[in-house]
Write a protein that binds this ligand. Structure first.
Ligand SMILES: [Fe+2]
Length: 166
């Protein structure tokens, strides 16, 4: 009986049901989700007093991204990968001048633009990964995540449009 497995590595007689390449991508996706949670939460804090409508949208999307992180972590665990990904926070600095309305609007627009780009990329990545999945469980989760991210991109784009008319 194998007793000396490295902690977190799949046991040697356990066959992973997804390819090592897909497992690596799923781990990378978890890091992206953590970064999204950070970006949205930071945006919410920054804009909650000046543009609460944008802050509320960011807050709601951040909660969905937390569910995504949780879902990916659960999937990896089910696939026999129990190590936590090495997370490096890639924060983009945005600063808001609370005295200047036009400056706040332009920061909010920049944040919305950046998040729309990231959500579109995430949706496309999950769609591509779903195609390479072998198990129904993996394909189902990734397809659902892809749809969520596309929904986020649409909600953010609608908010951007709304700000353009304000
Ligand atoms: Fe997500």
């Amino acid at each position: 009986m194998e007793r000396n497995n490295r902690k977190g590595a799949p046991s040697q007689n356990q066959t992973l049901r997804e390819s090592p390449a897909l497992i690596r991508e799923l781990t990378r996706a978890m890091v992206d989700e953590i970064n999204a949670i950070t970006q949205y939460t930071y945006g919410q804090i920054l804009l909650q007093k000046t543009l609460p409508v944008v802050a509320d949208l960011f807050s709601s999307i951040a909660r969905t991204e937390m569910r995504h992180y949780h879902g990916l972590g659960g999937l990896l665990h089910d696939l026999g990968v129990s190590h936590a990904p090495n997370t490096a926070i890639r924060n983009t600095a945005y600063t808001v001048d609370t005295e200047s309305d036009p400056q706040q609007l332009s920061v909010a627009r920049r944040m919305l633009n950046d998040r729309i780009r990231d959500e579109k990329n995430a949706s496309e990545t999950y769609r591509r990964l779903a195609e390479s999945a072998v198990t129904e469980q993996t394909r189902g989760l990734l397809t659902s995540l892809s749809g969520d991210e596309a929904g986020h991109a649409a909600a953010l784009a609608a908010m951007e449009k709304r700000l353009a008319f304000s």
